[in-house]
Design a protein around this ligand. Structure first.
Ligand SMILES: [Zn+2]
Ligand SMILES: [Zn+2]
Length: 265
């Protein structure tokens, strides 16, 4: 009886050690390879296709695969949640959060988005900066933007005040997009928000065990297990910094970890 218990205990211990080694290996080898194209992320062997197919809201996002790529198409609207930018009278209308008000762009418009990402994303040799415009797609087909507005100006308190309860607003082509955390994506949790253009998933501020990760790299990511990828994958986290003391958190700033695919809009 004692022996059986001992054996039963050993298995999870071995599994924990193995997963720690896995993380350490990928992390240490990662630090020396930023100038080569050699892929070092162990999670580069992770195929994201089945998670993409099961987690994107397929009522609003059409998913196809083609030669190692996944192609996601959407109309870019937050069809699954409310916003003041739907306009008064729309069934999905809700007021702005206290102190927030509309920006001049006004409304949510139909877009024609096509994002193409690798089915097995991997680290890039050169880490390209995220740009203006869509840097990824949330699970409902809405574009994810970084912390900049037109002209490359970081969003400030004034721009924050034009964001709705979802942390989003429309740009000049009525293209609604998320900049920060919000009610319908992530607040203080480990939610999967979507995927960036390099194919890596982006999560809320916490890991699946409820803790805030402490080993994030320059791209605000790391390799560890997530709910959707229990064997581990490189993933981004929402930045765990109260942005300009607004109580909101930037989804993504800085560079991509992997090589970005296309986002046609
Ligand atoms: Zn914006
Ligand atoms: Zn994590």
């Amino acid at each position: 009886m004692l022996k059986r218990n001992f054996l039963a205990l050993r298995i999870p211990v071995v599994a924990v050690i193995a997963s720690l080694l896995f993380i350490n290996c990928s992390k240490s080898s990662d630090t020396g390879t930023t100038t080569t194209t050699t892929t070092t992320v162990t999670a580069g062997s992770v195929d994201i296709t089945s998670v993409v197919q099961s987690k994107f809201l397929t009522s609003y996002v059409t998913i196809t695969t083609n030669g190692g790529n996944i192609i996601l198409k959407s109309d870019g609207r937050p069809n699954n949640h409310k916003s003041p930018y739907w306009g008064v009278g729309n069934a999905l209308y809700e007021p702005f959060p206290a102190g927030h008000s509309t920006n001049p762009n006004g409304t949510i418009g139909v877009q024609n988005y096509t994002m193409t990402i690798p089915a097995a994303p991997n680290g890039a040799g050169t880490h390209e900066a995220t740009d203006l415009g869509p840097i990824g797609m949330a699970l409902n087909g809405v574009a994810i933007f970084n912390n900049n507005e037109a002209g490359g100006v970081p969003i400030d308190a004034g721009i924050i005040s034009s964001l709705d309860g979802a942390g989003a607003h429309p740009a000049q082509q009525a293209n609604y997009h998320y900049h920060i955390t919000g009610t319908y994506t992530t607040l203080d949790d480990a939610n999967l928000v979507g995927f960036l253009r390099d194919g890596f998933p982006i999560y809320g501020r916490r890991d699946k065990d409820g803790t805030y990760p402490t080993n994030l790299d320059a791209y605000n990511g790391h390799v560890s297990a997530t709910t959707e990828f229990p064997a581990g994958i490189y993933h981004y986290h929402t930045r765990n910094e109260n942005y300009l003391n607004t109580g909101y958190y930037i989804l993504k700033s800085g560079s991509y970890y992997g090589t970005k695919g296309t986002f046609v809009y």
